[in-house]
Design a protein around this ligand. Structure first.
Ligand SMILES: *Cc1c(COP(=O)(O)O)cnc(C)c1O
Length: 428
């Protein structure tokens, strides 16, 4: 830490409540004054190479000039306007572009302001889809161990039971069906039996395609997604893909569902949607779902409308981000990062207590048997000049696609060196 923290930090800290932090023991957050590309500048002038891209959002690096210019232009014209009864070009252009980029049946875009809300909207759409068709009793969801879908109440209930703190909130949370991902024949048999038992009360299956992110960066293969699509069809259930983490190139294709050539009935997007510029999320449904909401009866309409939905600044940033995906070689950059992570993280496999090293797209993961002193590990990464945030049992990298070779090697080198030292028997 800087010997002299800025006044705003020391004065504001007693009044702030930090995310996912035990406030009694958490080390104070590092004061940041600037970002640029894959670099974070601290108040004392130190620069950290960012391995996390701000919770996976800043896929083009920070302060990309094209996004900045789009937001500045939009700020001059119209920072915000309510979306009830009024429309604006950034949102409608963005809806058109998202529908064009996603697999064909996904067609109708509902905007919101955060990922959790986008998932809640998807769940609401799924429940009401059945009601609008006159089918009662389908109020529950099938979700998966290791999954993460947000921090609000409805989404907590479909997270992994530990992640969602189901025990703590058991009196408040609706009881959902949390299954093992059907990744092999045995589990598929069990999953099928489970659907058989519960089909009449289930609205939809909800899954993060290919990578369960916040639940521990757990990978599954495209075949599992194809199986889920088949199972959903066989039992007449909707299938929701939460692509909030995987969307926009992170797993190597623009959307993870492309790798399986499977289309869900509803998809949720957020995180990298605005290139990390500001909060925005979208829930996109098929025309078939949308049509069940059409009626002379107002009661069949989707009753939802966040105050800041489709914020024009955020939509302008998202459109600029999509320009960059169209115009710059993001997927090739992701493939290069994948190759570098594969090669570079491999030595970690030989360290004692490393149980797995895995890479998919621009996601590199080193899993340990446990991390005893996570704050110490975090401190060592900062001392090594990188911003890496281990959680649970894993250390992972999800850098911006635009990171240059030298900074990427610095990140990988820091993970290898810090873990080697941290896990060496004399250190324990
Ligand atoms: C981050 C995340 C969410 C929640 O998004 P927020 O914007 O934090 O509410 C939901 N689903 C997945 C897969 C996520 O990674």
């Amino acid at each position: 830490m800087s010997p002299d923290p800025p006044d705003w930090l020391s004065q504001g800290l007693p009044h702030i409540w930090l995310p996912y932090a035990q406030m009694k023991t958490a080390p104070p957050p590092l004061p940041v004054v600037r970002t640029n590309g894959a670099r974070i500048t601290l108040a004392d002038g130190r620069e950290l190479v960012d391995g996390i891209a701000s919770w996976w959002t800043a896929c083009h690096g920070y302060n990309h000039p094209h996004i900045r210019e789009a937001v500045i232009a939009q700020l001059g014209a119209m920072p915000h306007i309510m979306f009830g009864g009024l429309a604006h070009e950034p949102a409608l252009t963005l809806a058109l572009r998202l529908a064009a980029l996603l697999p064909k049946p996904l067609d109708r875009v509902f905007f919101s302001d955060s990922g959790s809300v986008a998932v809640e909207v998807a769940m609401k759409m799924a429940v009401q889809f059945w009601l609008n068709r006159g089918i009662a009793g389908r109020n529950r969801f099938v979700a998966f161990k290791g999954g993460y879908h947000g921090d609000t109440f409805a989404t907590m209930a479909v997270c992994d039971p530990d992640e969602g703190m189901h025990r703590l909130f058991s009196k408040v949370l609706p009881s959902q069906i949390i299954a093992e991902l059907p990744t092999d024949a045995l589990r598929r048999e069990a999953f099928d039996a489970l659907l058989e038992r519960h089909a009449g009360e289930v609205a939809a299956i909800l899954v993060e395609p290919l990578v369960q992110g916040a639940g521990g960066m757990i990978f599954h293969d495209p075949e599992t997604l194809r199986y889920l699509r088949e199972a959903a069809d066989r039992h007449d259930l909707l299938l929701i893909f939460d692509e909030i983490f995987t969307g926009f190139g992170r797993t190597g294709t623009l959307f993870a569902c492309e790798a399986a050539d499977v289309a869900p009935d509803i998809v949720t997007l957020s995180k990298a949607l605005t290139g990390g510029t500001m909060g925005l999320a979208a829930t996109i449904a098929t025309a078939a779902i949308f049509e069940t909401f059409l009626s002379e009866d107002f009661g069949r309409a989707l009753m939802h409308g966040p105050t800041f939905m489709a914020n024009p600044l955020a939509c302008a940033a998202a459109n600029a981000s999509l320009d960059l995906f169209a115009r710059e070689p993001r997927l090739e950059q992701a493939a290069k990062i994948e190759a570098a992570l594969r090669l570079g993280l491999e030595p970690c496999r030989n360290f004692s207590r490393v149980v797995d090293v895995r890479v998919k797209g621009a996601i590199g993961v080193v899993e340990l048997d446990r991390i005893d002193d996570i704050n110490e590990l975090k401190r060592r990464f900062v001392a090594a000049g990188v911003w890496v945030r281990p959680f649970g049992k894993i250390v992972y990298l999800t850098p911006a696609f635009t990171i240059d070779e030298a900074d990427l090697q610095r990140l990988i080198g820091a993970v290898v060196a810090v873990l080697k030292d941290y896990l060496s028997p004399t250190q324990r």
